[in-house]
Design a protein around this ligand. Structure first.
Ligand code: KDG
Length: 313
C-alpha cells in the first residue's frame, strides 16, 4: 500500500469544557492540534500508512503529542526531539459564538525545522509528501524547509500536496501569499479554502482556480465549506456539493478534506470520486469536537458514502 508522509508542527491544544472566556475555566482538556498530523491521522484511520515528520521539545508536552499521534498508528520515527526548545502550545476559547485561538509557539521546537531536517530516506516508497503553509510562518528556516522538503520529494519521485492554510494570527496576507506562490512550482496537488484565497489573492472562485492552476499544480482544489468544493484537475473543471452536516467544530475540516482527497487518489478514484470523498471527510470532522477525534474508520466512511445519494455534480 502506498504511504503518505506529512511534515509540520503539532502543538498541545488546551480546550475548556464549555463556551465562555478561558479566564473562567476551572478545568481543561489536553489534546493535540497540528494540520499535518491531523492529515496523517485521518489517513491512518482510513488504513493508509502515514508518517509524520516534525520536531518536538524534549519535554512532557512533546511526550503528550508523540503518544497521541502514535496511538493513531502514525509512524513517528522521523520526529526529532530538540533539547532546549519547548513544544508549541495553543489554547482555544469560544466567546459569543466566535472561536479564538491563542498561540504559544514562537521559538518552539518545530520552528527549528530547516533544510535537511529529515533524512530523505523517510520518503522511500511514499506516494505523497503533504505540506502546509503554516510551516512557512514559523521561522525563516522553516520557510526554507518547505521549499527544501518539496524539492527533495520531487527529486525522489514523490508527489507534493500542499494546503495553503493561511493563519492570520501568524503573518500578514502579503507574506503568506509570497511564500505560497514560491512553492507552487513544486506542488502537484494544491488545496486552498475560498476564504483564505480571498484573503491572500482577492480573486473570485473561478479566477482563483484558473490562476493557481496556471502557477504549476496539476490539481487545484478550492474548498467551499458547506458548499463542497470546486477543482481544476489536469485542465478539467469540476465541482462537488457538500454533504449536509450539523457543525459542532469547524477546526480540522480542511485537514480531514485533504486526507480524504489523498486516500481517494491512492485508491485510484477519478477526480469526481476524490472530491466526493474529501467532502465526506470534511463533513465527518465538523460534526465532532476536536481537530481529528471525529474522523471515520474506512468502514464508517464507506458506509456514509454508500448511504448518501450521489448528486453527481
Ligand atoms: O487545521 C487545524 C490546525 O490549524 C490547528 O489544529 C493548529 O496547526 C495548527 C495551526 O497552526 O493553526
Amino acid at each position: 500500500v502506498p504511504r503518505v508522509v506529512t511534515a509540520g508542527e503539532t502543538m498541545v491544544l488546551v480546550v475548556p469544557p464549555a463556551p465562555g472566556r478561558l479566564r473562567h475555566a476551572t478545568s481543561v482538556t489536553l489534546s493535540i492540534g497540528g494540520a499535518e498530523s491531523n492529515v496523517a491521522i485521518g489517513l491512518s484511520r482510513l488504513g493508509v500508512p502515514a508518517s509524520w515528520v516534525s520536531a518536538l521539545g524534549q519535554d512532557e508536552l512533546g511526550e503528550l503529542v508523540l503518544h497521541r499521534v502514535r496511538a493513531e498508528g502514525v509512524d513517528t520515527t522521523a520526529v526529532r526531539r530538540v533539547p532546549d526548545r519547548p513544544t508549541g502550545l495553543y489554547l482555544r476559547e469560544e466567546v459569543a459564538g466566535a472561536l479564538r485561538v491563542y498561540y504559544y509557539r514562537s521559538g518552539s521546537a518545530a520552528s527549528t525545522l530547516a533544510p535537511g531536517a529529515f533524512d530523505p530516506a523517510v520518503l522511500d516508497g511514499a506516494a505523497f509528501l503533504h505540506l502546509t503553509g503554516i510551516t512557512g510562518a514559523l521561522s525563516p528556516e522553516s520557510a526554507e524547509f518547505l521549499t527544501w522538503a518539496a524539492r527533495t520529494a520531487r527529486a525522489a519521485g514523490v508527489r507534493v500536496s500542499y494546503d495553503v492554510n493561511y493563519r492570520s494570527r501568524l503573518w500578514e496576507p502579503a507574506a503568506a501569499r509570497a511564500a505560497s506562490e514560491a512553492l507552487l512550482p513544486h506542488v502537484d496537488v494544491l488545496l486552498v479554502g475560498d476564504e483564505e484565497a480571498r484573503a491572500l489573492w482577492d480573486w473570485d472562485d473561478d479566477t482563483c482556480l484558473d490562476r493557481l492552476a496556471d502557477a504549476g499544480p496539476g490539481e487545484v482544489v478550492l474548498k467551499l465549506g458547506a458548499r463542497g468544493c470546486a477543482a481544476v484537475v489536469d485542465g478539467e473543471r469540476l465541482a462537488s456539493p457538500g454533504f449536509p452536516a450539523r457543525q459542532v467544530d469547524p477546526i480540522g475540516a480542511g485537514d480531514a478534506f485533504a486526507a480524504g482527497y489523498l486516500a481517494a487518489t491512492l485508491d485510484g478514484l477519478d477526480p469526481a470520486g476524490r472530491l466526493r470523498t474529501a467532502n465526506a471527510m470534511g463533513a465527518f470532522c465538523v460534526q465532532n469536537l476536536g481537530d481529528y477525534e471525529g474522523l471515520p474508520s474506512r468502514a464508517e466512511l464507506t458506509a456514509f458514502l454508500d448511504r448518501t445519494v450521489d448528486l453527481g455534480r
